[in-house]
Design a protein around this ligand. Structure first.
Ligand SMILES: *[C@@H]1O[C@H](CO)[C@@H](O)[C@H](O)[C@H]1NC(C)=O
Ligand SMILES: *[C@@H]1O[C@H](CO)[C@@H](O)[C@H](O)[C@H]1NC(C)=O
Ligand SMILES: *[C@@H]1O[C@H](CO)[C@@H](O)[C@H](O)[C@H]1NC(C)=O
Length: 508
């Protein structure tokens, strides 16, 4: 299940051969006792039989080709392998151990469109108005990583803290873009490309237009983008099937419906061209989003090397967790799907085993939920982190909790299970707890969590901690990070998905 082991099991292959030789020699030594026959004909047959049998053993144990290759792959590329079905994505041949792999994993070539600035970086000039609720200027800094944080949970050393930023939850598209520009899988030759990345800052643009009442005006840039991209020669080759976007807001923000209230969404994902593309989004529409694929919300950790990740993982393994569970969030008013939040706040407040971090700013003061250190600190001191739906099904908090080695507890299947299939294990019980928000169990969360055996909790936490690299956005300026981060996992999965789609098209 988890091929990315911490210590490469290099000697496994050779050990296996040596071990397996033993029974062969043993059986050979015993042969004289078995051949105790007077009939020469029978003896001849027996010897022939034994010879053939021995030969079979030699074949079996001296040439175990598949085992050896697989083991070598695990040994050398342990940090490169994706979570499930690694053979489908990564096709590295076995390489000598301890040599880092600086090349593009899986050999996928991605062409990055050089879009007119109005579709991405040009939007940043008006960063104060990119989001109707908040000034985005501090958040778009450093390629979208935001402002560096100097003191994460008391770790003061400069080298360690340079990978930590107060990253905004809806900024993933900028980080994705920056990372793709430096990515080893990037190709400048479109005729060589397997995938075409359309770096549209659609989420930032959408959030700048939520209050635009003129719908033509609100949709204008999305329509213009689609016109532009359809006019490209590389679009026509596969009608856009090999094109993709990465949008760091929920799909709901791009799928305006005519029934129901207007939340400010535009029409981007309703446009036929967008439907031909693959769309990465932090929250897919679970029922209509066939071409949508969940990608992680960015958290605060943007490492440049695998060593940094391992150091952090070990720290979270050793973290003292006096609290059984914690809840970080604010009540939501008038949202039916967030009703569970009031219940969680109540239960957490009443339990001595729960840490509650209320997200309310008192008298306009700073809100603790926006302090990465406060959030990570609370999470790293808890065994379980409650993840209630908020304004929509998904939460950035899910990814913060994984980063803190805190086992997420979900109350809706759409908070993670129907969203991030490319990033999370198929067997959801290995890394999370599900308590249906409509069930009786949701009325007694503490009791439910206490039921889980100690060893099970330890095992789940280890699984969660091993998910950290693939849910992390590596530092965009690091070209050879030495592990598969969220962008790498997305590209590998997109390549596989596109290939399958093309094959399906041929069958029409
Ligand atoms: C990456 O490097 C470029 C060029 O040196 C620099 O302008 C940019 O700010 C760097 N990005 C980050 C996030 O540090
Ligand atoms: C909406 O915007 C479009 C394009 O900017 C403009 O042509 C149209 O007149 C506007 N409609 C209204 C009702 O203001
Ligand atoms: C989408 O793909 C279909 C073929 O699957 C094609 O007929 C159609 O023209 C494409 N749409 C656009 C906007 O390219």
């Amino acid at each position: 299940m988890f091929p990315r082991k911490q210590t490469p099991p290099i000697p496994l292959a050779s050990q296996r051969v040596v071990d397996d030789e033993k029974p062969y020699y043993d059986s050979k030594n015993k042969q004289p006792h078995l051949i105790n026959l007077n009939n020469p004909h029978l003896r001849y047959t027996a010897i022939l039989f034994l010879f053939l049998f021995a030969w079979l053993l030699v074949l079996l144990f001296w040439f175990p080709p598949t085992t050896t290759t697989t083991t070598n792959n695990v040994a050398t590329d342990h940090h490169q392998l994706p979570l499930h079905k690694p053979q489908n994505i990564i096709t590295h041949k076995a390489k000598p151990a301890s040599v880092p792999v600086p090349t593009c994993s899986g050999g996928v070539s991605v062409y990055v469109y050089d879009l007119p600035a109005e579709f991405n970086v040009g939007l940043l000039q008006d960063c104060r108005h990119l989001n109707i609720y908040t000034d985005m200027c501090p958040h778009v800094a450093n390629c979208g990583l935001g402002q560096p944080i100097s003191n994460v949970m008391g770790s003061g050393s400069a080298s360690e803290t340079s990978s930590w930023f107060a990253t905004h939850q809806f900024i993933g598209e900028m980080i994705f873009h920056a990372r793709m520009e430096n990515h080893p899988c990037r190709t400048l030759k479109p005729h060589r490309a397997d995938l075409f990345y359309v770096p549209f800052y659609g989420g930032l643009h959408a959030s700048s237009k939520f209050r635009e009442s003129n719908l033509t005006e609100r949709d204008a840039l999305a329509v213009k983008l689609v016109d532009y991209i359809q006019g490209q020669p590389w679009w026509r080759r596969n009608q856009g099937r090999d094109h993709f976007m990465a949008l760091s807001r929920t799909a709901w923000d791009f799928m305006r419906t005519t029934d129901g209230p207007d939340f400010g969404a535009n029409c981007l994902l309703n446009l036929p061209a967008a439907k031909n593309m693959s769309v990465l989004t932090v929250e897919r529409q679970p029922w209509q989003g066939d071409n949508q694929h969940g990608m992680p919300y960015p958290s605060y950790f943007h490492p440049s090397s695998y060593q940094e990740v391992v150091t952090w993982q070990n720290r979270m393994r050793q973290s003292d967790r006096p609290h059984l569970f914690s809840f970080i969030g604010a009540p939501r008013k008038g949202l039916e799907k967030a009703a569970i939040r009031d219940e969680l706040i109540k239960q957490c407040g009443e339990s001595t085993r729960c840490e509650l971090l209320q997200c309310v700013s008192i008298n306009g003061g700073s809100n603790k939920c926006h302090e990465p250190s406060e959030v990570l600190n609370a999470m790293s001191r808890s065994e379980f982190c409650l993840q209630a739906p908020g304004d929509s099904f998904t939460r950035r908090s899910t990814f913060d909790s994984v980063l803190a080695g805190c086992i997420p507890v979900f109350f809706s299947r759409h908070t993670a299970y129907t969203q991030y299939a490319w990033f999370l294990p198929e067997d959801v019980k290995t890394y999370s707890v599900f308590i249906d928000e409509k069930s009786e169990a949701s009325k007694r969360i503490e009791e439910e969590l206490l039921k889980i055996p100690r060893e099970k909790v330890e095992k789940m936490r280890e699984t969660v901690i091993r998910l950290i690299p693939r849910l992390t956005y590596a530092h965009p300026n690091a070209t050879d990070v030495g592990f598969m981060d969220a962008v790498d996992v997305a590209i590998a999965a997109l390549a596989k998905h596109t290939k399958t789609n093309k094959l399906l098209n041929i069958q029409y």
